[in-house]
Design a protein around this ligand. Structure first.
Ligand code: HEM
Length: 357
């Protein structure tokens, strides 16, 4: 197409006419060269997390059209979504499986960043932001599960509020805030609902925005692996359209997997919540097995303080390692054994709890 000056006009030129903004910036952002190792899924798992987050937002919005956030009607509304609304079971199952996959993908992404040293200077702050995103993702899972208002999720939420009470100094305030009073009651569900559909998504968007901005400002870490010789011109490839297409293909594959999981294991529904009857075996979702086993092995207070201590070490790890390296020349060598030990500890407690009744 030719404009009045006879030059060919691209979509960006037309956009610039209608919306006067420096669209070259967009072109520039898309032209960012990406290190070749991002061709491997293991190195670009953050994009998969982002994709699953989008699936969560879309399926979550669809669910809010039918979900009723009141203690009296929540369970019934979930039953209606599952049994009566057309394709309700499918959307609910996608939401459930995508949540689980998102948590697995966040853990794997974090392991990749840790074991490749992608958190080291100058990316320490982005590690901390990432850790907050892990917290947000887990809180999404916890609050979402509680919304179903079945026996296990209700009593899981009760245990979580008791755990919050055990946090030193500010614990009782957090516990009361979560419950919306001294006891679990109608206010609790409304609070979890607001957290799940408004507060956490806003916080997640802000943190993801910051995370991605910092990735763009620093660029992704360039790795040089031993024994690998890659010619200079092959060390990078284009973000647009090459990397974007890879991400799109991963998205298609994820959707395929989620659909299979929804079809083979559709989201079910347990007994409705009964605040007067404690079930014989309370069990949280698998990603909290680790802390639940710790709770069973120690006490409420000890498990909470120990988990907070471990969380603080992970959060500040890039700075701790930097401090250590001022004393020991080879401090960066301890990262791998420390990471392997921490991961095995997490795995053992999780598997142990999964086998318990
Ligand atoms: C909602 C959760 C998250 C999203 C959407 C996300 C997204 C991303 C993306 C797209 C990248 C670019 C490279 C890649 O794909 O691996 C990245 C890199 C990075 N992420 Fe995340 N991330 C999340 C959670 C985390 C967590 C839990 C951590 C660690 C505690 C973390 C720490 C980092 C760091 C340090 C980098 C830079 C790595 C490098 O330069 O090699 N992120 N993230």
């Amino acid at each position: 197409m030719a404009n009045s000056k006879g030059n060919s006009s691209t979509l960006l030129d037309r956009l610039g006419e209608m919306f006067p903004f420096d669209w070259e910036l967009v072109r520039h952002a898309g032209a960012e060269p990406v290190p070749y190792h991002l061709k491997k899924w293991w190195f670009c798992l953050g994009g998969t997390v982002l994709y699953l987050f989008v699936v969560q937002v879309i399926t979550g919005i669809a669910l809010t059209f039918y979900y009723v956030p009141s203690a009296a009607e929540a369970y019934q509304s979930v039953a209606m979504i599952t049994q009566e609304i057309r394709f309700g079971w499918f959307i609910r199952s996608l939401h459930k499986w995508s949540a689980n996959c998102m948590i697995i993908a966040v853990f794997l992404h974090m392991l990749r960043v840790y074991f490749t040293g992608g958190y080291r200077r100058p990316r320490q702050l982005n590690w901390c932001i990432g850790f907050m995103l892990l917290g947000v993702t887990l809180t999404f899972g916890f609050t979402g599960y509680s919304l179903v208002y079945e026996q296990l999720s209700f009593w899981g939420a009760t245990v979580a509020c008791n755990l919050a009470d055990a946090v030193p100094i500010i614990g009782p305030t957090i516990g009361t805030f979560m419950r919306g009073g001294a006891e679990i009651g109608p206010n609790t569900l409304t609070r979890f609902y607001v957290l799940h559909i408004a507060f956490l998504p806003t916080l997640a968007l802000l943190l993801i925005g910051l995370h991605v901005l910092l990735i763009r400002l620093h660029g992704v870490t360039e790795f040089h692996f031993e024994g690998e010789s890659v010619p200079e011109r092959e060390r990078h490839f284009r973000f647009w359209p090459d990397h974007a297409t890879t991400e799109l293909l991963i998205g298609v594959l994820m959707m395929y997997l989620l659909t299979i999981m929804a079809l083979v294991f559709p989201a079910g529904l347990g007994e409705p919540a009964n605040p007067n009857v404690t079930p014989d075996h309370i069990k949280p979702e698998w990603y909290f097995y680790f802390s639940f086993r710790l709770l069973k092995l120690t006490s409420l207070k000890v498990s909470v303080v120990f988990t907070m201590f471990l969380g603080a070490i992970v959060f500040f790890w890039p700075f701790i390692e930097e401090r250590l390296s001022r004393v020991y020349k080879d401090a960066d060598r301890i990262a791998v054994p420390v990471g392997v030990l921490a991961f095995l500890g997490f795995l053992v407690l999780t598997v142990w709890e999964s086998m318990a009744h």
